[in-house]
Design a protein around this ligand. Sequence first.
Ligand SMILES: *[C@@H]1O[C@H](CO)[C@@H](O)[C@H](O)[C@H]1NC(C)=O
Ligand SMILES: *[C@@H]1O[C@H](CO)[C@@H](O)[C@H](O)[C@H]1NC(C)=O
Ligand SMILES: *[C@@H]1O[C@H](CO)[C@@H](O)[C@H](O)[C@H]1NC(C)=O
Ligand SMILES: *[C@@H]1O[C@H](CO)[C@@H](O)[C@H](O)[C@H]1NC(C)=O
Length: 464
Amino acid sequence: MAHKERSNKLFLLKLFVFSSVLVVCHSQYQPTWESLDSRPLPSWYDEAKLGIFLHWGVFSVPSFGSAWFWYDWKVFKYQGYIDFMKENYKPGFTYADFAKDFTAEFYQPAQWAKLFNDSGARYVVLTSKHHEGFTNWPSNVSFNWNSMDVGPQRDLVGELATAIREGTNLHFGLYHSMFEWFHPLYIEDKANNFTTTRFAKEKAMPELYEIINRYKPEVLWSDGAWQAPDTYWGSKEFLAWLYNDSPVRDTVVTNDRWGKGDMCHHGGYLTCTDKYNPGTLQKRKFENAMTVDKYAWGYRRNIQIADILTIEELIETLIETVSCGGNLLVNVGPTKSGFIIPVFQERLTQLGQWMNVNGEAIYSSKPWRFQNDTVTPRVWYTKQKTTEGDVVYGTVLKWPTSNTLILGAPKPSGQTLVNLVGYPQPINWKAGATGGIEIMLPTLTINTLPSKWAWVFKFTNLQN
Ligand SMILES: *[C@@H]1O[C@H](CO)[C@@H](O)[C@H](O)[C@H]1NC(C)=O
Ligand SMILES: *[C@@H]1O[C@H](CO)[C@@H](O)[C@H](O)[C@H]1NC(C)=O
Ligand SMILES: *[C@@H]1O[C@H](CO)[C@@H](O)[C@H](O)[C@H]1NC(C)=O
Ligand SMILES: *[C@@H]1O[C@H](CO)[C@@H](O)[C@H](O)[C@H]1NC(C)=O
């Protein structure tokens, strides 16, 4: 008995010590920006460089204008939307009436997963809920305004998470809008100048805990928080939980849209503005979230071919972004039937073809001393650190009209080697007249050209 009591005490003591250690480990991050901003980004994210963004929701039903359809129609009252409704729908038709036509009958998440993998992307971010408030999963806090109760009658988020994890090595991520344009509780809190927090506590936060616990996304792409301070949302407390105790605490990355004034300052990586492509080296990791359709995030039925980025434009945006330290998040909008239209399929597949040849200049690369060339425009640099020193990659977006490519940034040494990535023979070069390098381009035919849209020169043993 006495012995047992002692061992119990010892056990309790051990338990106490053990749980103190746990407490210390788990409360590593405090709910302050100073502490949260000090968390290093999990390394997979910077290495990945390329992700696919999907804007999908009830706005994909009218598929007219943009994902802001409801707001543009009812609040901005743009004439184009008023006419569209008058000409095509019965009087009294509401936005909620669109939801039953969100059918998703062609939604085959395994097909999507294959397409995204073939694009060369290493992560995917799906809208779990956009500003309209419709949840693409059966949320406990979105009664009758979710993809299980109305429309698809499927868990769109869960099915994609499973397909991505079962069919690919991509990381699965979710976008989530904090605010909802027309939620009565949000409207009430806003009218109270955000001194009341019912919407944040009863809607936005429960959703975030739900999607993290249920789907374990490794990217949490927050949006729609800009009208209210992060103290209203409770963002810092949530992030401390996410980083310390959530099931994805070791691998999750987040962005910077956590409350008024936070964007471009606080959080994980920075997004700053939509389509952020600064053209100069950035101090902090950023992501350029952009769209293949130049004019919208959601699918538009009246899209014109001229509205769609060419593969040359898409690759240019990718290399500019990566040279400056960013990741590229390429958005396409699926249709209401759960289909990704062939022109988007083509663009993503072309991107993958280019990455298949030239990925060594992109994946796991670091920004070089120069981001672009000092002499020839539209040449962007990255580097790979190796045990034998840095290897520098210069991506050339325009094939020179003469057979010589003149670059100012790379300074050759006696040992310098130049290769064209995807081409077997080394490339001849000589020291440039004004300090850089002159590359004598080989005579290539359609059959020997390693890629169709942009060409990567690889430099080993440059001067430091
Ligand atoms: C994913 O893409 C890579 C090439 O980028 C390819 O090697 C691999 O087989 C693909 N996996 C699937 C499941 O399609
Ligand atoms: C949501 O509902 C499900 C099913 O009723 C339940 O198992 C789960 O605990 C609920 N989650 C929350 C966060 O309330
Ligand atoms: C709303 O609250 C902010 C602080 O959060 C304050 O600066 C502002 O004066 C308030 N506005 C009104 C109309 O009460
Ligand atoms: C390099 O990029 C910067 C920023 O985009 C631009 O201002 C500069 O003109 C570019 N250099 C050349 C030689 O094109």
